[in-house]
Write a protein that binds this ligand. Structure first.
Ligand SMILES: O=P(O)(O)OC[C@H]1O[C@H](O)[C@H](O)[C@@H](O)[C@@H]1O
Length: 724
């Protein structure tokens, strides 16, 4: 079985505006530097592929997989969330389209475990029935997200999941098996091992990657080579209006390594099919390259003029362009009419002048922040896997990138499911907000991945200073700043010495990696699947400012997950060492709790614990109070706590708990209140008396250093319950 809800994950990625080649999608134009244009990878000029022509793609044991120059995209088959699939209406049309395609020899289907939660693969199975096995080529994809299954299975994940795909397809082997995105829990060498096993056990003839950056693709190619296997395919978004894999050199690198480059969303979600206009916009779920149609009018006019000249339909011109550029285009086909149009992409070639005409236009339509072609919408990249030049797609190019969605064009919060009330997510001013149907909500700034609001029971649970800077100029005073890789002022003569207080995580721009609603339910215990939402954020060394990178020149990947359930807020951090040397770090979740009055709360669960009192020259003491009252400046690091035993902020009046805090792998708890003088002294703290309305109880691993070996990962987190 495919993981239930994966289609909603994919849909959520689309709904949040993530784009296939530029992370968050913006309709703002930003021309591509024409000097980046690299024609070196074009299809040899003497080759005019028709529907019978085959390309050799490198597979296991020196055997080639022969594929047509055009692939049929099967995402829409069975997918309700994005394509509104209805079996009674759509299945007969798919079968009719298949008959047409089959009759001309176009029998190369691209599907995935995630499409329609496995339904696409099942439909493919019905198409292949009775066909000789060598008369079609099927490519499917391992849904490589960090699910519990994938995490536990590591290298055996791909094979195990491929078995499920084969069951749905009704086949003994697939021709090509791709990793759907670089978001797998294991590192690339682990996944390469898994892919090698898939080939060696005869379950697939070739393997490939989708949505990888060039560097990741190279790494996978090198890792597979260690097992004696080639990387056969690299797949990213590519179309007339999204040529980044070409301009960035990715396709050239594919050519150099004899990797078949495939481009998905070849018609930009139907925008290049000629059937839409500014008066007839495509549906909101068609979010690949979702430029407003009026912006594409000049492009479509040129495509149309060329189409008329060659007496072919507009989509055939767009697809022919991809083929000319050395790309095997994938095109979603749902009915015989589309099959008819798209198959006309073959058997002729655009002239050089026509290509130039299209490219002149294309330069005007490129979107913001784009680099090269990895990172699909549905499968955002995993920062811990980044080992390169940030030349990927989900991570925009500049370390100071922001979501720059035009507010007027920005989608409102969009439900991610169809029937039951579902959580919603929205994007506002560089922040992601999630709201549960029951009303609880959370907001996370991309700056620092700082949680700045958590509303439960109709009340704000977190304190944020009225003078806090939310513009990225300073760490945010309030909410839950994340402290990494050093707590407090860094020690002298240490690798962290050049860093500012509390490190760089709270003052770096993070990437939103996507959401899931099914996984979080398991971690949240009682919460139902549709009543929990997990939002993932990523930061890797390549995303740091130059200054931070210099100050801490280690290769790392962080994934910070914020999970909202009806009763809890959970934050957890995964730290991965992506380099070749060990490193040390400290981490802390610096939660500012919103309280009515400091004199009316007590902190419990610290009794008999040793603490370092930072207000008394960092001397050590033992806590004697079972219910600690805060009556002065307090700055203590309590050590060696059992993470499973809650630290509780309770009411002094009736002893009732207000917040409880349990932890995972975080054995220290810092209690901090600046009190009167310090509060006045902090420029970003206000109003002065607000010290009475906040208390920081911070879960961390700060009294010692955590050592992380090369290639290893560490994970820790906290779960907060409020107004119990
Ligand atoms: O002002 P910041 O750098 O945000 O630090 C705020 C506080 O964080 C922690 O609670 C430390 O224990 C305190 O010593 C520090 O004053």
């Amino acid at each position: 079985m495919a993981t239930p809800g994966t289609q909603y994950m994919m849909q959520a990625g689309l709904a949040t505006g993530m784009s296939a080649t530029a992370g968050m999608h913006s309709p703002h134009l930003r021309p591509v530097d024409p000097n980046l244009n690299d024609p070196a990878h074009v299809l040899p000029s003497d080759l005019v592929p028709n529907s019978q022509t085959r390309m050799a793609l490198h597979g296991c044991g020196g055997q080639d997989v022969l594929i047509p120059y055009l692939s049929i995209g099967a995402w829409s088959w069975g997918d309700k969330a994005t394509f509104g699939y209805k079996a009674t209406r759509d299945l007969p049309k798919i079968h009719a389209a298949w008959q047409k395609l089959k009759s001309v020899g176009l029998t190369f289907v691209d599907t995935a475990q995630a499409y329609g939660d496995g339904e696409s693969e099942r439909i493919c199975g019905t198409l292949f029935e009775g066909m000789p096995r060598d008369s079609f080529v099927v490519q499917t994809k391992w849904h490589s997200t960090s699910t519990i299954k994938n995490t536990i299975m590591q290298a055996s994940g791909p094979k195990m999941m491929l078995q499920g795909s084969l069951d749905r397809l009704g086949l003994e082997y697939v021709d090509i098996y791709l990793v759907h995105g670089p978001i797998h829990p294991g590192n690339i060498s682990t996944i390469a091992k898994g892919l090698a096993e898939c080939m060696e056990s005869g379950l697939t003839r070739a393997v490939g990657v989708a949505n990888y950056s060039t560097q990741e693709m190279i790494k996978m190619s090198d890792e597979l080579a260690k097992h004696g296997h080639p990387l056969g395919v690299s797949q990213c978004e590519y179309s007339v209006i999204r040529r980044l894999p070409g301009t960035s050199g990715m396709i050239r690198e594919c050519k150099r390594r004899s990797i078949c480059f495939q481009g998905f969303a070849s018609l930009a979600g139907g925008r290049l099919s000629g059937k839409y206009s500014r008066f007839n916009q495509p549906g909101r779920t068609m979010r690949f390259s979702s430029y407003p149609m009026h912006m594409l009018e000049p492009t479509i006019a040129v495509l149309k003029a060329i189409a008329d000249k060659h007496r072919v339909p507009v989509p055939a011109v767009a697809l022919n362009y991809s083929i000319n550029k050395g790309v095997v285009p994938l095109v979603g086909i749902r009915n015989p009419e589309q099959a008819d149009q798209d198959m006309q992409a073959l058997g002729w070639r655009l002239t050089k002048e026509e290509i130039k005409q299209i490219e002149e236009l294309e330069k005007r339509v490129q979107s913001d922040g784009e680099e090269e072609g990895g990172g699909a919408t549905a499968i955002p990249r995993h920062p811990s896997l980044k080992a390169d030049d940030r030349s990927s797609t989900i991570f925009p190019p500049s370390a100071t990138h922001r979501i720059t969605m035009d507010r007027s064009k920005k989608p409102a919060a969009i439900g991610v499911g169809a029937s039951l009330p579902q959580p919603t997510i929205s994007i506002q001013d560089n922040a992601i907000s999630a709201t549960l149907p029951s009303g609880e909500s959370v907001t996370i700034q991309l700056y620092g991945a700082t949680v700045t609001s958590w509303k439960a029971n109709g009340q704000e649970q977190l304190f944020v200073s009225q003078k806090a800077h939310l513009d990225g100029s300073k760490p945010i005073r309030g909410g839950i700043p994340l402290v990494f890789p050093v707590f407090g002022p860094p020690p002298q003569n240490h690798v962290t010495s050049p860093l500012p207080q509390h490190g760089f995580a709270r003052n770096s721009n993070w990437e939103f990696l996507g959401k899931s609603s099914s996984e979080s339910a398991e971690t949240a215990g009682q919460a139902k699947a549709d009543l929990a939402m997990k939002l993932d954020f990523g930061l890797s060394h390549t995303m740091l400012t130059e200054e931070f990178r210099k100050a801490w020149p280690l290769e790392f990947g962080l994934v910070y997950s914020v999970t909202l359930t009806k009763d809890t807020l959970e934050t957890s951090l995964q730290v991965r060492n992506e380099g070749t040397q060990n490193f040390e770090f400290q981490v802390l979740m610096h939660t500012y709790f919103n309280i009515e009055n400091i004199s009316n709360v007590r902190v419990k669960g610290l009794d008999s614990k040793t603490y370092v009192d930072k207000t008394r020259n960092a001397t050590s003491h033992t806590e004697t109070s079972a219910a600690l009252a805060i009556t002065e400046e307090t700055d203590r690091v309590y050590k060696e706590l059992d993470p499973a035993v809650p630290v509780i902020i309770s009411s002094a009046d009736d002893d009732k708990p207000i917040f409880s805090l349990t932890r995972k792998a975080l054995t220290d708890v810092v209690v901090w209140n600046p009190w009167i003088e310090k509060a006045k002294g902090m420029a970003d703290f206000g109003p002065d008396e607000a010290y009475q309305n906040m208390l920081c109880v911070e879960a961390g691993a700060v009294s010692e250093w955590q050592t992380l070996e090369a290639g290893e990962a560490w994970e820790g987190g906290q779960t907060i319950k409020s107004r119990l």
